[in-house]
Design a protein around this ligand. Structure first.
Ligand code: NAP
Length: 642
């Protein structure tokens, strides 16, 4: 069978190819040419990128050199087309490593190469898929319930279907996508490049923007769900209330409530929680908020029936969601007042709102492995470099300002980006330049739209705390009254209340939330002692603030979970759970590690990464490459298997 990533045969004319080449990433194109021609010398000569800047996918090449590559490409692509687009010959491991180094202008360490090769699937093999060895009857006696049908729950369904395990996905919404189903607020888009933010085994050549908007993301998950036939396994508009382990039977009883209020219990041998961390909206209690006379809603519950045109909108909170909402609605509303407690650091990303040109889409579809190398190109800058940069140098003198020399450099770069946009406006500068170390909270992507919005005549940024809300206004602590017709809470989620409000009851009636308290933990973010056959995806300690993508993490987690299920099924075991000492050790080490990183800094006063005690339990402090390695195969010694 033809390698699905090798390109689709085409008869595009030379003129149209030349046109397409004006659009494409030239360094990525060069690597595709190596596949088409089999000639490694193409990347051993003068034509090469001079450096890689995050999101600068063109990779710093002179216009003259780019033109030279395009003319070379016309010849090679034309010949490839005329030969009927044969599947390229496999390339040696050494040459592939050389190609990686060439593309990102640095030596990619050996330890990363297997992970990256897996992510790119140049051989067309989806090695994260796990096929079960047990016979059909044994597999069918092992039903699994998956909670949630967002990106991780859908992935769980796909992998279980491939493994021949019977499963039911229970989803509280009426459709697939989770975050990308619920967050329909104006301007909602992803901030990890989409050619990487998609399943490794389901790349898409159809993205219309490099950072797609919500409807396109939701539709991607819908397409993938349909292609894998997962829909019939899902109970839509059904919420999981709780799950209880029966140690004698070796089963979980999962209590659900349907849209009509009726309750049902599903019995499963294992449960996979795929509920995400940013799912339950946080609407802070503010005095008088119930007296507000106009529409008031959370960003993740956007009321599309409310017409914003010409109205006075007050938006409380401006993190990642508010950052996207304000620029999108500012032109429509009469007046927008943004109440922001903490200024946000933002990262300059000129590509953020850019459309993917037709040439790039043509290349993704037809040029062998163009999309796979492009995936690598986007992935690599966010591959553990952010973790190095987040490390606190305890000897660095001014920890309020920066946590290391490198962090000070980042601060300067971000500050220059911010101040370059607001002209000579010291009042605004004082409001928008953060007073804590760069990257201390989740750094936002920015193409200038946020600050452009703040400088509009009909937009005000208020940094004074809110005292109370009245029927038609928000009043700040200094007594200032800000009239409003509509109130938007862009105030984030209960990120620290992991799995809340579900009641998960393990062996001996232990309630998971009481066990965790404010300190949720799971071994590798996946399993918890006393909760046999209960597996978390995007569980405690697995959110990523330093790079990568949650889809990457989900793929690691689901491979691990499927192998755990394989061990249970093939071994005829009743249950598995992590050894207490492994869990304790993992949590302890994770905590130690997190304390050495910028997100834990006391100077970062408010952050959804932190719990009520200022501790962090939701983030991963680990390198992607380590997490990938640790989750490649479950170590059976880590578990008590019964
Ligand atoms: P968020 O980043 O937690 O921001 C919430 C905002 O509300 C912050 O400005 C916060 O202020 C403010 N806030 C919360 N409680 C408050 C209170 N009691 N009083 C005053 N202000 C309060 O939430 P989000 O913007 O919804 O984003 C959450 C996460 O979702 C992101 O970090 C990201 O992981 C994901 N997300 C991603 C995208 C994307 O991919 N582009 C878009 C949206 C969301 P403080 O900063 O002072 O806490």
């Amino acid at each position: 069978m033809r390698n699905p990533h090798a390109g689709v045969p085409f008869d595009t004319s030379d003129e149209d190819i030349a046109e397409a080449l004006l659009d494409v990433s030239i360094p990525t194109l060069m690597l595709s040419l190596v596949h088409m021609s089999g000639d490694p010398d193409l990347i051993r000569g003068r034509l090469k990128p001079a450096g890689l800047f995050l999101n600068e996918v063109q990779g710093y090449m002179s216009e003259e050199d780019k033109a030279a590559v395009r003319s070379l490409a016309l010849e090679i692509i034309g010949s490839y087309r005329d030969r009927g687009c044969p599947e390229p010959e496999p390339i040696s491991a050494d040459l592939l490593h050389e190609m990686m180094n060439w593309l990102v202008c640095e030596d990619v360490p050996d330890e990363y190469v297997p992970m990256l090769m897996e992510e790119m699937e140049l051989d067309g093999a989806d090695v994260r898929r796990v096929d079960l060895t047990a016979d059909t009857e044994t597999r069918e006696a092992f039903p699994v319930v998956v909670i949630g049908c967002g990106q991780s729950g859908l992935l769980a369904g796909i992998r279980l279907a491939e493994a021949g395990i019977p499963f039911t996905i229970v989803e509280k919404n009426a459709g697939v996508g989770g975050t990308w189903w619920e967050n329909t607020y104006p301007g909602a888009r992803v901030d990890v490049g989409n050619h990487f933010y998609c399943y490794s085994f389901e790349p898409s050549d159809a993205w219309t923007e490099f950072f797609a908007q919500q409807p396109e993301l939701q539709s991607y998950f819908q397409t993938v769900m349909d292609r894998h036939g997962i829909g019939p396994h899902v109970r839509w508009e059904t919420e999981v209330l709780g799950a209880t382990w029966d140690d004698e039977a070796g089963t979980w009883s999962v209590r659900t409530r349907g849209a009509d209020g009726s309750e049902t219990t599903l019995v499963a041998r294992a449960v996979i929680s795929a509920v995400g961390q940013l799912n339950r909206p946080n609407t802070p209690e503010i005095a008088g908020q119930e007296t507000f006379a106009g529409p008031a809603f959370h960003s993740a519950r956007w009321d599309h029936d409310v017409d914003l045109a010409g109205r006075r909108v007050a938006m409380i909170g401006a993190g990642a969601s508010g950052f996207q909402i304000a620029p999108t609605i500012a032109g429509e509303v009469g007046h927008l007042t943004v109440f922001q407690r903490t200024a946000q650091w933002m990262f300059p990303n000129p590509n953020y709102h850019e459309a993917v040109g037709p040439g790039v889409r043509w290349a993704l579809r037809h040029l062998p492995f163009y999309g796979r190398w492009y995936r690598f190109l986007i992935l690599w800058p966010g591959c553990d470099k952010g973790l190095e940069a987040a490390r606190v140098d305890p000897d660095y003198p001014d920890q309020q300002r920066a946590i290391s020399e490198m962090n000070e450099f980042t601060r300067q770069m971000f500050t220059d980006w911010i101040t370059s946009q607001i002209g000579d406006d010291p009042d605004l500068a004082a409001k928008v330049v953060p007073d804590y170390p760069a990257t201390g909270k989740r750094t936002l992507q920015d193409n200038g739209s946020w600050l452009r919005t703040l400088t509009r005549d009909n937009v005000d940024l208020v940094r004074t705390g809110i005292d109370h809300i009245e029927a038609d206004a928000v009043v700040t602590e200094d007594g200032e009254r800000y009239p409003a017709d509509i109130l938007v809470y862009a105030t984030g989620f209960h990120a620290n209340r992991v799995l809340w409000p579900m009641e998960i009851t393990g062996r001996d009636g232990v309630d998971l939330r009481s066990l965790w308290g404010e300190r949720p933990a799971a071994y590798l973010g996946i399993t918890v002692p006393g909760f046999p056959n209960f597996f978390c995806m995007y569980g405690p300690g697995t959110n990523l603030a330093h790079g990568g993508s949650l889809i990457f993490h989900s793929e690691c987690q689901m491979r691990y979970i499927t192998q755990c299920i394989e061990a249970l099924v093939a071994g005829g075991h009743r249950s598995m759970e992590p050894r207490q000492e492994r869990y304790d050790d993992w949590h302890e080490r994770s905590q130690q590690e997190l304390k050495t990183l910028v997100w834990s800094q006391p100077s970062v006063k408010h952050s959804f990464f932190k719990n009520a005690y200022g501790e962090i339990h939701v983030l991963s402090p680990w390198r992607l490459v380590d997490y990938w390695e640790w989750t490649r195969h479950p170590e059976m010694d880590d578990f008590v298997v019964r």
